[in-house]
Structures are given as structure tokens and as C-alpha cells.
Design a protein around this ligand. Structure first.
Ligand SMILES: NC(=O)c1ccc[n+]([C@@H]2O[C@H](COP(=O)([O-])OP(=O)(O)OC[C@H]3O[C@@H](n4cnc5c(N)ncnc54)[C@H](OP(=O)(O)O)[C@@H]3O)[C@@H](O)[C@H]2O)c1
Length: 277
């Protein structure tokens, strides 16, 4: 059985491949795609240098793929074209299962960042290919403890809870969706322990022994703050919009789906922060 992983050179891709190997998939059955393929040369799998811009290259890489883990691309604004290439290529190669990493509540949320994921989910469903949608919640790693200690946490998410898990949990869940049966046609909302940003700040403070505060701004002020630290305005607006939506519950999901795929409790946030420190 051949499993192809896109975005294999990124953080989540590497962890997903490590999870597949840990679950007993032979290295010779795994193909990792990305541009900076030298980053995964140590994994012992087959690697192919392919861009999401290159539909023909993707199609060739998917030839003989029984399953594809399609990790979403990383540049908002470019992803509809890139993801269309992936889905068209998967369809042309008639892959046996397309497993896509999406965003929380992609089909119902008004969070701007999820728009490209909603379009991608529809492309996948319209393709007629067997699929699994993994709506990954937020990574704990989005909030590095050392940065929080140095600068505090700032945002506009109010008391909104964020369902968090380390990337490794989402990667292991993806590997489970690939190697165990019964997931075809399913959409999973994945997330672990849910904390507000103030609770997250308090936990980082507890573990580091340093004061860490959360400052809640209104969305406009947060947008200007992000522009002030160098983000292009468009990106700042998208990130501030994530917080607006978070305040209304957009990033809160029950833990059941993640824990069902993992076959164990999701990693507690405190454990993930401790490991990162
Ligand atoms: N849930 C969350 O909290 C959260 C946070 C951030 C991102 N995400 C999403 O989750 C995905 C995986 O996260 P991550 O932490 O693994 O991100 P990452 O480390 O930045 O990895 C991104 C991956 O996408 C690949 N990629 C980007 N543009 C490409 C292109 N044009 N052609 C081919 N490959 C391309 C990169 O390949 P090369 O480096 O080889 O070019 C890399 O393998 C991200 O891409 C993003 O969609 C989710």
C-alpha cells in the first residue's frame, strides 16, 4: 500500500510520517511531497520535490497512491488554486482515499481563515473520491511559551475557548485515519483541552514562574497592533478575525473525535507546554 503525504516537509507532515512509521507502515510504502525535500531526507521514505502549483507533477506523484494525506498549504490567498491542483491531480490518479486537514467548523463558520478550507472540502466532495476530512483545531505550538513570557499574550478572543492539542496529536490522528478502517466519508472536528487565552497565559506563568498576562483588545486595535509589528494589513485582518470568531466560539469543539481517532485522551495543554519548555 502506498501512502503519499503532501506538506511532508512541514512540521505536521514530518510528525504524520513519524506516526505512520510508528504504526508499522513500512518506510518504503510512504512518499513525502514538498519543495524543501532535503528537510525529510532522514526519514528513510521516498521523497518527491513537487509544488502545489504543479498539477501535472502532483498527478505523477499520486500515480499508484492508495491513500493521500493532503496537508493544507500554508499561504492564505493562494490556497484555492493550489488545492484545486491537488484535488484535480488526485482525481486524475484515482487515489483510493483523500484525507484532508481542514479547519474547525469549516462549512458553517464565518471565520475568514476557514473560507479556503470550506471551498477545498467542497472540491473534495464534488470530486467523487473517497475522503476523510480532519478539521484540525489550533496547535498549542501557536503560542510559544518563551514568546508569551517575553511579550505576554495579546488578542481579541475575550473569553472564547480554544480547543488545543499539540501538532503531534493531530498527526497521530491523521495516521490513524489513514491506517484504520471506518473513516471514509467522515468529517471529524478535532481538538483537545479548551482554554481561553487568559487561562493559557496563567498556565504558562505557572510553569515558568514568570508573570504572563493576557491583554484583550477590540478587533480593530488588535488589527493595528498586528500591522504595527510588521504583518501585512490583509494578514493582520485575517488573524484578528480569527480572534473575533474565537470570542464567539469558533475554535471550541468537543474532544470526542480527536480522542476516538487517538484511542487515548488528547495531550493536556499543561503537558504540551511542559514538553515545549
Ligand atoms: N491548526 C493550526 O493551528 C494551524 C496553524 C498553522 C497552520 N495550519 C495549517 O496546517 C498546515 C500544516 O501546518 P504545519 O505546522 O506543518 O505548517 P508548516 O510547517 O509551515 O508546513 C507547511 C508545508 O506546506 C508545504 N507547502 C507550502 N506551500 C507549498 C507549495 N506551494 N508547494 C508545495 N508545498 C508547499 C511546505 O513545503 P516546503 O516547506 O517544502 O515548501 C510545508 O511542507 C499549514 O500548511 C496550514 O494550512 C494550521
Amino acid at each position: 500500500m502506498t501512502i503519499v503525504v503532501t506538506g511532508a516537509t512541514g512540521h505536521l507532515g514530518r510528525l504524520a510520517i513519524e506516526s505512520l512509521l510508528a504504526k508499522g507502515v513500512p518506510a518504503g510504502d510512504i512518499v513525502g511531497l514538498g519543495r524543501q525535500v532535503e528537510k525529510i531526507a532522514d526519514l528513510g521514505i521516498t521523497v518527491k520535490k513537487v509544488s502545489y502549483e504543479d498539477q501535472e507533477g502532483l498527478r505523477a506523484a499520486f500515480e499508484n497512491a492508495d491513500k493521500v494525506l493532503f496537508i493544507s498549504a500554508s499561504e492564505p490567498g493562494k490556497r484555492i488554486a493550489q488545492h484545486t491542483n491537488v484535488v484535480e491531480a488526485a482525481k486524475a490518479a484515482n487515489v483510493g482515499l483523500l484525507v484532508y486537514t481542514s479547519a474547525p467548523k469549516a462549512d458553517t463558520t464565518d471565520m475568514k481563515l476557514a473560507g479556503e478550507h470550506a471551498v477545498t472540502e467542497k472540491l473534495i466532495k464534488d470530486s467523487g473520491l473517497p475522503y476523510v476530512i480532519l478539521r484540525n483545531g489550533w496547535y498549542v505550538e501557536n503560542y510559544p511559551a518563551d514568546q508569551a513570557v517575553a511579550q505576554g499574550l495579546v488578542g481579541a478572543s475575550g473569553d472564547g475557548r480554544i480547543s488545543l492539542a499539540p501538532r503531534a496529536d493531530y498527526a497521530e490522528a491523521a495516521a490513524a485515519a489513514l491506517v484504520t478502517e471506518g473513516h471514509e466519508g467522515k468529517t471529524y472536528e478535532l481538538g483537545g483541552e479548551a482554554l481561553t487565552k487568559a487561562e493559557l497565559a496563567a498556565e504558562i506563568s505557572r510553569q515558568t514562574g514568570k508573570p504572563v498576562t493576557y491583554t484583550d483588545l477590540d478587533v480593530d486595535k488588535y488589527t493595528e497592533l498586528l500591522v504595527g509589528v510588521g504583518l501585512p494589513r490583509e494578514a493582520a485582518e485575517v488573524f484578528a478575525d480569527v480572534d473575533r470568531a474565537t470570542a464567539a466560539g469558533a475554535l471550541f469543539v468537543p474532544r470526542d473525535d480527536l480522542e476516538k481517532l487517538l484511542g487515548r485522551p488528547a495531550t493536556p495543554v499543561a503537558t504540551a507546554i511542559k514538553a515545549a519548555l
